[in-house]
Every structure is written in C-alpha cells, then in structure tokens.
Design a protein around this ligand. Structure first.
Ligand code: GMT
Length: 375
C-alpha cells in the first residue's frame, strides 16, 4: 500500500507513535509518505520505502494566524496525485483530520477516491478538542473519517461521552518494538548519572501543565528524604523553569538533573529504577510503556488510560491525581528493597511485551484494508 501519514514531528507522544508506525509499515514493504511541517524527530530516512514531504506555510503580514490547514491539505492533494497514494492516516485530530477531509473532497472532484483513517491520541479530545471553539469542527472531521481509531479504551469512552460520534471507534493501543532490547542493557552507563548506592528516578514529558511537574518534584523530595536518590528530568516545555525554581526552594537542586529533550530515552531508561507519571490526564502514557520495556517500574496517577498500561502492584502503583504522599510511599515500597525492585522490573518488562508492535501492526493493516474495500 502507499500510505500518507500526517502527524506532528515532535518528541514523544503522537508524533513518535506515527513515526514508529510508519517505519514499521515501511519495513513490511509499504510505501510511507510523511507529510508534516518538519522532519519527524525519530524518522530514519535511509529506507527505500520512506518519503518525507514538508508542508511550507509562507508568512503573509495580513494573516494574524498563518493558515496551516490550507497548506497541509494542498500538500496532501499534491502528494496523492504525484505518488498515487492509496490512503491517508492522520494522527491527532486537530487540525489533521479536518485538513485530510478537505484534501479528500478536493481529490474526489477529479475522480480520485482516497479513504482517511484518523487516530485519536488524547489531548485532541480531552483538552483541546472539547473546547467549544473547536468542538463542531472536531466532531465533523471525526464523523467524516472512514475509520477512527483511539489509542486506549479510556480515550474511546471519553470521545463518545464528549462528542456526538456517528462512527464506530476501534481501540488500537500504542505499541513498542521489543526486539533487540538486551543490547541496550549491555551498554548501560549508570555510573555516569548516579553513585552506586543511589536510586535513579526518571520523568520524561513535554513539561506541560497536564503532566503535573511540581508533583514529580514533590514526590521525589519525599523519596530522597528516606533513601539516596537522583531525579532525571527529560524534556522541554512551559513548566520547566518553575520546576527548576521549585528544586532550588526545596534545596534539592543538586539531586535533580534537567537533561532537556533527548533522542536517547532508551539509554536513560536503561539505568532508571523508577518512572514517575503523576499526570492530570493521559490517554495512554507512551512514556510509561517506554519505561517498562527498559525494565523500569512506574508510579503514576490513575488518570485516563494509564491503568490500561500500568498494573497496580505488578508493574508499579497508581494513585488518585495529586496524592503526592501515597505516590512517594509507593515509590519507596518499590525502591527500598533490591529484591522487590528486581521483581517489579521483571514484571514491567513482561507487561510491555503485550504491546509488541508485531501484535499491533496487523491491526492497523487490517483497518487500512477495510478502508480500501469500503472505497
Ligand atoms: O501529552 C503528551 O505527551 C503529548 C500527546 C500528543 O498528542 O502527542 O500525547 C498523547 O498521545 C500519546 C500517544 O498516543 C499518549 O501516549 C499520551 O498519553 C497522550 N497525552 C495525553 O493524553 C495528555
């Protein structure tokens, strides 16, 4: 198949899911065309089956907001015409499903019928999409998609609750490539980051409000009062400066390392003992899954789809959003005893195997087949 993937080219989240999916599809022999405003962060272009088409939005002084949707739908039309694309797969409804639908309608005018699959990722529904300013357009573009998928059962339920959806929504969970994982551990440079007796706790995100960054710091503060520990903060975003100040205020700045954005999360997670994810809401929590495949248990909130990934008392622990004391106690339950920690690490990696890309990829391929047949 020739598939055009529309996504955000960012670190983490939906951009990573779309990129890893595209790479896996290309390795299966499909021709994959990424259409977005920048080369996706994890995209390896040295593959005969992978193409990247950059969407340019020329600045024009009249526009207070530059019309990205217009440029994207035009680029999609050109890409479909030029490369004979069979279907569009758009990740994150806003504004991708809207632009995809416009492209589809333009192509229909010239007798080209192209199905569109929309994958809902989370904030496109729970935070941004439900806002009254966007809701009618988001509802419309979901209903106009030929196939709609969501990355967790919880996100599907939230979508049906918040919008008037006429289409069935298929749950296709996020995934991870479990192959060649042991190599990562042979080259694991723990001593670079912490002393022998220190536990390493990690948080990775885009440092937005929804991630509850102050909770991460406060949980860590309680942990380090009990046992020697280091906190690695990976990512960039609007809450980062406040987090740095909070560390100063609490007198723990020397124990917290802000690493910025990283393309090497596996290298960081391989020496991590615990991953913290106290988010306000989280449709899936891909970062938690990435932690688990790297043998890192997770202490998280029980928000959104996280319980579909992190299993209470097995791969880690879950608490009500904002229950910092319980999250700290649970962290200590895992970290204090090396044997218990080893057990949680094994459980975490075992659970991550359920999300092996080899199991998930056929679900997307089947959805594509259905969309093509219904054309
Ligand atoms: O919040 C993020 O980390 C980014 C955001 C995105 O859209 O890129 O992530 C959402 O999609 C991810 C991939 O499907 C999910 O794993 C995240 O849970 C989800 N974020 C939220 O729901 C807040």
């Amino acid at each position: 198949m020739k598939i055009a993937i529309v996504c955000y080219p960012t670190f983490g989240g939906s951009g990573v899911v779309a990129t890893e999916l595209g790479i896996a599809l290309a390795n299966r022999g499909h021709e994959v065309h990424f259409v977005t405003y920048k080369q996706p962060v994890r995209l390896e272009l040295l593959n005969n089956n992978i193409f990247f088409h950059e969407v340019h939005v020329p600045e024009y002084a009249l526009f207070h907001y530059q019309p990205y949707e217009l440029a994207l739908s035009s680029k999609l039309v050109d890409t479909v015409r030029l490369y004979g694309i069979d279907l569009l797969h758009v990740h994150y409804a806003i504004p991708h499903a809207y632009a995809g639908y416009m492209a589809k309608k333009m192509l229909q005018e010239e007798g080209i019928f192209i199905p569109m699959i929309t994958t809902l990722h989370g904030t496109d529904i729970t935070l941004v999409g439900k806002h009254p300013f966007y809701k009618p357009a988001v509802t419309f573009s979901i209903n106009k998609s030929d196939i709609v998928t969501s990355v967790s059962q919880n996100l599907k339920d939230a979508t049906l609750e918040l919008f008037d959806i006429e289409n069935p929504i298929e749950v296709i969970p996020n995934f991870i490539d479990v192959s060649n994982r042991e190599n990562n551990f042979t080259d694991c440079q723990r001593s670079m980051m912490a002393k022998e007796d220190e536990r390493i706790i990690t948080h990775i995100s885009n440092f937005r409000k929804v991630k509850r960054i102050p909770d991460v710091i406060k949980i860590f503060n309680k942990i380090q009062q009990e046992i020697p520990a280091k906190l690695l903060m990976v990512g960039e975003g609007p809450e980062k400066e406040k987090a740095e100040l909070l560390c100063e205020e609490l007198g723990i700045a020397d124990k917290v390392v802000f690493l910025g954005n990283s393309n090497q999360v596996d290298k960081i997670l391989c020496f991590s003992d615990l991953f913290l994810l106290p988010s306000e809401t989280e449709s899936f929590g891909l970062a938690a899954l990435e932690a688990m495949i790297n043998k890192t248990p997770v202490v998280s909130s029980n928000a959104g789809g996280i319980p579909e990934v992190n299993i209470q008392g097995v791969t880690g622990y879950l608490s009500e959003v904002g229950n910092i004391s319980e999250m700290a106690e649970n962290s200590l339950k895992i970290l204090r005893d090396s044997e218990i920690l080893a057990q949680f690490k094994e459980n975490a990696v075992g659970n991550a195997y359920k999300f092996d890309i080899k199991r998930i990829l056929p679900l997307y391929e089947a959805a594509y087949e259905r969309a093509l047949q219904a054309r």
